[in-house]
Design a binder for this molecule. Structure first.
Ligand SMILES: [Zn+2]
Length: 340
């Protein structure tokens, strides 16, 4: 009976969107329509299975993907069902699920806390910043969830990547307990390493998240990638290449492509480095890859910090913010592989 009702419902909706006559029919004679289902069923609608719902600890979930799986977006996942409970009415969740839906979670953003374990918990739960998950540095097997994945956490701040801005709206944030960096006598940043246990936890957690939400490799990013003028985290010691090689998470360039590009890159850097046309070209390549940068033709502070962010992620041996030949070759190799 419920399946029949679902089919009638879809038919009624289609009719109501396309025919004034049927709007009147459904408006004034709803009972007549529901009492004669067979004629409606024959003329319209593809029969669809009714989604099942489970209840775990008082929270309901669809047990299967109810969205259109043929669409190339992140419709594979399914989450908790949050719905209204209007007084005196029953909200029906399973009869009329729309296939035109997906998840808001398009990005996975990694951070470090610059705080020890206890302070990280305190600040991320009691102050104006938060993250969905916190990976401690205690060597245990726990990962703390601080915010429901369906809700926003406040981890990204003013941020942008490609055409998206304010990534708190569309991302899952993971904070990793790490003390960040200290400056040495020359002002150079000296970063703290991540423990193997932390990296394994982050990898397992990230794998689970990107798989469920079908988050593309181009959207697994550092805080420094989406806010390069403000942020350095998780810094050059976070092992992005290990995540790519061992867990197939995120982006990495093809070494052969980089080597091929290196000769021309060396020529560019040695002969054109200060030409506005070359600087503009390099800035355009950074922008094309995803960074929020406006080409100016000058090696300005924003450009330097953006190059530094690129180096933190993809050339961590030297993160001086200078576009050297290797950085230039890597950027071009990344664009060959991941351009929009
Ligand atoms: Zn951060």
């Amino acid at each position: 009976m419920r399946k029949t009702l679902y089919i009638i419902g879809l038919s009624t909706l289609v009719f109501s969107c396309t025919s004034q006559k049927n709007i009147k029919k459904t408006t004034y004679r709803p009972k007549t329509v529901t009492s004669q289902p067979k004629s409606v069923t024959k003329t319209d609608s593809v029969e669809k299975p009714k989604p099942k719902i489970t209840n775990e600890h008082g929270v309901e979930f669809f047990t299967t993907n109810i969205a259109d799986a043929t669409k190339n977006d992140n419709t594979i996942s399914y989450g908790s069902i949050v719905s209204a409970k209007p007084a005196g009415y029953k909200v029906v969740k399973t009869h009329f699920p729309a296939i035109a839906q997906n998840f808001r979670q398009k990005y996975l953003i990694l951070h470090y806390t610059v705080l020890p374990d206890d302070k990280s918990v305190e600040v991320l739960t009691q102050q104006s910043v938060s993250a969905h998950y916190l990976v401690n540095n205690l060597g245990d097997n726990e990962i703390y969830q601080l915010v429901d994945e369906n809700k926003r956490s406040y981890h990204a701040g003013v941020s942008a990547w490609r055409s998206d801005k304010n990534l708190n709206d569309t991302s899952i944030g993971i904070e990793i307990v790490n003390m960040g960096y200290t400056a040495d006598a020359t002002g150079a940043k000296i970063f703290q390493p991540f423990s193997d246990e932390q990296v394994k936890k982050v990898a397992a957690l990230a794998k689970d998240i990107v798989t469920r939400y079908q988050i593309p490799a181009t959207n697994v990013l550092a805080h420094s990638d989406i806010a390069p003028t403000r942020k350095q985290d998780p810094g050059p010691l976070f092992p992005w290449k290990k995540l790519y090689d061992e867990y197939q998470i995120g982006m990495w360039y093809d070494e052969a492509a980089k080597q091929t590009l290196l000769t021309t890159a060396q020529t560019d850097i040695s002969t054109r480095y200060n030409e506005p046309a070359f600087i503009f070209l390099a800035q355009t390549a950074l922008q094309k890859f995803g960074y929020d940068i406006q080409p100016s033709g000058k090696w300005d502070d924003v450009t330097k910090k953006t190059i530094e962010a690129l180096q933190y992620h993809f050339r961590p041996q030297n993160y001086d913010g200078i576009m050297d030949a290797e950085t230039w070759a890597i950027l071009q190799a990344l664009n060959q592989k991941y351009s929009k």
